[in-house]
Design a protein around this ligand. Structure first.
Ligand code: HEM
Length: 458
């Protein structure tokens, strides 16, 4: 017999929309998970979505044969800009398969290693800027990391410099993207009739999209007219041919994928850097251990790729940080056939699911009673691989898993190691405890630090 899936009380027309905090949906999803357990359902303006919160159910949903990525809600709003680019493509769109086959090798570890000099270039801009700020300057790490990650993905993937560190305000592209993503979230939670009345918000949203398309298509045009010899992602897309069909990508498809890389590749990585900085400051014993590792390996020299390969604790710190706060916290799938989930929940083909990784990656059954605590030791090589794979999915799963994972990881390793090597850090407010803010991704809220050059540098 099928077990019913619990649901909070609904109200006419709106369903459960008012049960969700518009500023921090993930907070509401987490509270509902505490109340209802491994699975509950919400009526989101007439659309029924099953939210899953346990590793056991995530394991069942992580099966590309039975469940497929879907693009609902705010992601569907992003799709109005990024179209059939890799992130927002629907399962059967041919451009996804072509771009995926074309770009998988380009995003492979060997190619990402070739991007080292560009990554170091941008990282050294941040280090220099913080050095010049001095110990009294209040730094917003999330803003600084957003500059860094945007500049890094743009330089590495399309040889374009936003030069975000050289202006007081964020570049117009970045402002437009932030506003656009915020509005995508808002639009997804508005009834159609309310949305129709929001004409000025819609006009601004359209203007933001236009700005981003203009910048990206300009980059494509410029490269077409001024080709360069660089094995970057833009050249791969311009000149590469899909090994299976022999087809290439149109300039329009390339523009959409460039925008996709800029969106998917910067907020998420900025988030992992910000949360990691927070957890290291909150857990000084971990910071001391990490600094010792960095010092022992580098002996005070400029960090190299070879150094990073000898820093297991750094990996463990990053893994644990993104376990507690997966910056892309929820992914959506749809059932491809009728299934009995966990042998007891009767699921119909076409049913929509939201996989709440923020809850599942803290599943006490898998991670123990200290699941909510920051303990990098549990993520050291050996222990990490011994965990069930579905218990740690910050980069998604299967065919539609993150193509940018090696890129993001190398960048995060470099930046955290460089900061720890160079600065003594402290909270601006010693009593600060973590609050999370959410646009499309998660970041620490009102988090400020100060940085001074190390007193005991090696
Ligand atoms: C997909 C997370 C960095 C590009 C995804 C997905 C997740 C994710 C969870 C799957 C989404 C879904 O199933 O709907 C992250 C995190 C990152 C990160 C946590 C950093 C810490 C990057 C970077 C890039 C990138 C640096 C690009 C340069 C993409 C793309 C997809 C994707 C293109 C779609 C892949 C496909 O469907 O074929 N990412 N990502 N990501 N990510 Fe990332």
């Amino acid at each position: 017999m099928s077990v019913p899936i619990p649901q909070p009380p609904t109200i006419p027309f709106l369903g459960n929309v008012l049960a969700i905090d518009k500023e921090l949906p993930i907070g509401s999803f987490g509270l509902l998970a505490k109340q209802y357990g491994e699975i509950y359902q919400l009526n989101l303006l007439g659309r029924i979505v099953y939210f899953v919160n346990s590793c056991e159910l995530v394991r069942e949903l992580s099966n590309d044969k039975k469940f497929q990525k879907s693009v609902p809600g705010s992601l569907n709003e992003v799709r109005s800009l990024a179209g059939d680019g890799l992130f927002t493509a629907l399962a059967d769109e041919p451009n996804w398969a072509i771009a995926h086959r074309l770009l998988m090798p380009a995003f492979g570890t060997a190619n990402i290693r070739n991007m080292w000099d560009d990554m170091k270039d941008i990282c050294s801009q941040l280090i220099l800027k913080w050095s010049r700020f001095g110990p009294d300057y209040v730094i917003s790490p999330t803003d600084e990391y957003t500059r860094l990650t945007l500049d890094t993905i743009a330089l590495c993937s399309m040889n374009y410099r936003f030069n975000s560190f050289y202006s007081e305000t964020l570049p117009p592209f970045c402002e437009a993207m932030t506003d656009f993503l915020k509005e995508c979230n808002a639009r997804a939670n508005r009834p159609a009739i309310v949305q129709a009345l929001m004409t000025s918000a819609t006009a601004k949203w359209e203007a933001d999209k236009k700005l981003m398309v203009d910048v990206a298509s300009q980059i494509v045009k410029h490269r077409r007219h001024h080709p360069i010899e660089k094995k970057d992602l833009l050249n791969t897309m311009l000149y590469g041919k899909d090994p299976k069909t022999g087809q290439g990508l149109s300039d329009d498809a390339i523009t959409k994928n460039l925008i996709t890389f800029l969106i998917a590749g910067h907020e998420t990585t900025s988030g992992i850097l910000s949360f990691t900085t927070y957890y290291l400051l909150k857990n000084p014993e971990c910071l001391i251990r990490l600094r010792k590792e960095v010092d022992d390996v580098t002996q005070g020299k400029s960090i190299t790729l070879e150094h990073l390969a000898k820093m297991p604790y750094l990996n463990a710190v990053l893994r644990e940080s993104i376990r507690l706060n997966p910056t892309a916290a929820v992914r959506a799938v749809v059932a491809l056939e009728d299934v009995a989930l966990a042998g007891k929940y009767a699921i119909k083909k076409g049913q929509a699911f939201a996989i709440n990784n923020h809850a599942a990656q803290r599943d006490h059954k898998v991670w123990g009673d200290d699941a909510d605590e920051f303990k990098p030791e549990r993520m050291l090589d050996g222990k990490f691989e011994a965990m069930p794979p579905e218990s740690w999915q910050p980069f998604g799963y299967g065919m539609r898993a993150c193509i940018g994972r090696p890129f993001a990881w190398q960048e995060a390793q470099l930046v955290i190691a460089s900061i720890i090597q160079t600065f003594d850090l402290c909270f601006n407010d010693p009593d600060y405890t973590l609050e999370v803010k959410q646009a499309l991704t998660l970041k620490p809220k009102d988090f400020y630090i100060r940085a001074s050059l190390r007193s005991n540098a090696v």
